[in-house]
Design a binder for this molecule. Structure first.
Ligand code: SF4
Ligand SMILES: [Zn+2]
Length: 365
């Protein structure tokens, strides 16, 4: 068993106590991987600023999240690799892309218009994906319409985005902002950057957008509803203000607000095990989407693990219905979808919103 250790860039960032605990938790499990296989690949549909598009989502295996090696985010069950950290070569990354293209050719009638690449880290961090590989990937997908690449804000700059926009690809950078409130991001999530860094990254994307004649560039912000230590009403308030603040930033055109789920090997899991954490209610997710329906951005949510104890859930009876309404909202952006769902458990949820506090949570299971 080895304890993950931070690289120089990550050293001294975040909260020492959180990092220490998360390093210890992550060290209980070690990962091994085949650098020539992507972590995951699947086909789906997504709402973009140009309407709903067929998508190919790729989780590239790039040697893993460097922030997780430092300890990292309190809710993320990403399993840190060996002490030295992996580094995946250009050739191996190109092989992974080939595996994804084969998967698409076998399972889809036509090529997807939208390509989304995640890395459990930062696609724009050149320690993970070098400039040569980034450009080769841009070239491979130059005949598609749109790309989404994931990155922490510190690695976002205009020139990297232009590798894609120069090839006519509309480009979105997906940023795991988690919340617009610095205190919550630092103390509850243990992410080291500030909202101002997110604003800077959006400004880089906005500049790439202005300077490209043939393609658009922008940012898709990922928010986390109900990190550990926030009670349900605090989490709801935090999300409403976060969606509003993100939508006001130039360059940020989409907000994906996702409820926290309980992943193994995380601080959230330890709290959950000791009755100190309940994932958010699906009613809370619906409520935030309703309250922010008029902001100037697409707002979507993808409640992973909905209806289960460890995922966002209501009473068990209405979870599928509310989830379906949320998915409808994602595609149509019409808050009236929520008028058609109701359940007796709404009264319990309203009571939780009135009475749950950090020191008495969770009020319900
Ligand atoms: S949430 Fe992202 S940045 Fe945080 S530890 Fe997990 S993979 Fe790394
Ligand atoms: Zn219910």
């Amino acid at each position: 068993m080895s304890t993950p250790t931070p690289e120089v860039y990550e050293r001294g960032k975040g909260m020492d106590a959180h990092n220490q605990v998360m390093r210890e938790i992550r060290s209980r499990k070690e990962a091994s991987y085949d650098p020539r296989e992507p972590t995951r690949v699947w086909l789906d549909e997504d709402n973009t600023p140009d309407g709903v598009k067929r998508s190919l989502t790729i989780i590239l295996n790039t040697g893993g999240c460097r922030w997780a090696r430092a300890g990292g985010c309190t809710m993320c069950g990403y399993v840190a690799e060996s002490v030295d950290g992996g580094s995946v070569s250009h050739d191996a990354l190109v092989d992974q892309i080939d595996v994804c293209l084969e998967h698409e050719a076998e399972n889809a009638d036509e090529p997807a218009e939208l390509i989304k690449i995640y890395t459990s880290g930062s696609f724009l961090d050149e320690r993970e994906v070098g400039a040569e590989t980034r450009r080769a990937i841009a070239e491979t997908f130059a005949d598609r319409e749109r790309m989404v690449v994931e990155s922490l804000p510190d690695f976002v700059d205009r020139e990297k985005i232009e590798d894609f926009t120069d090839r006519g690809l509309d480009t979105d950078v997906a940023i795991g902002l988690e919340t617009a409130t610095d205190r919550v991001r630092h103390d509850c999530v243990n992410k080291y950057f500030d909202f101002a860094d997110f604003e800077d990254a959006c400004a880089q994307a906005a500049r790439a957008d202005r300077e490209s004649e043939s393609a658009d560039a922008g940012v898709k912000a990922y928010l986390l509803m109900k990190p550990p230590f926030l009670a349900e009403p605090e989490a709801v308030r935090d999300m409403i203000s976060s969606v509003e603040r993100c939508a006001d930033v130039e360059g940020c055109h989409t907000v994906s607000m996702n409820p926290c789920n309980v992943q193994r090997y995380t601080m959230v899991d330890e709290l959950y095990f000791r009755d100190g954490y309940r994932p958010p209610w699906l009613w809370s997710v619906a409520h935030v989407l309703e309250e922010t329906a008029d902001v100037d951005a697409i707002v979507v949510s993808d409640p992973v693990g909905h209806g289960s104890e460890r995922g966002p859930h209501n009473c068990g009876e209405c979870d599928d219905l509310v989830q379906k309404a949320i998915k409808d909202f994602d595609l149509r952006q019409d808050p009236s979808v929520f008028e058609q769902v109701s359940c007796e458990c709404e009264l319990t949820w309203e009571t939780v919103l009135e009475r749950e506090r950090s020191f008495n949570q969770p009020l319900t299971r």
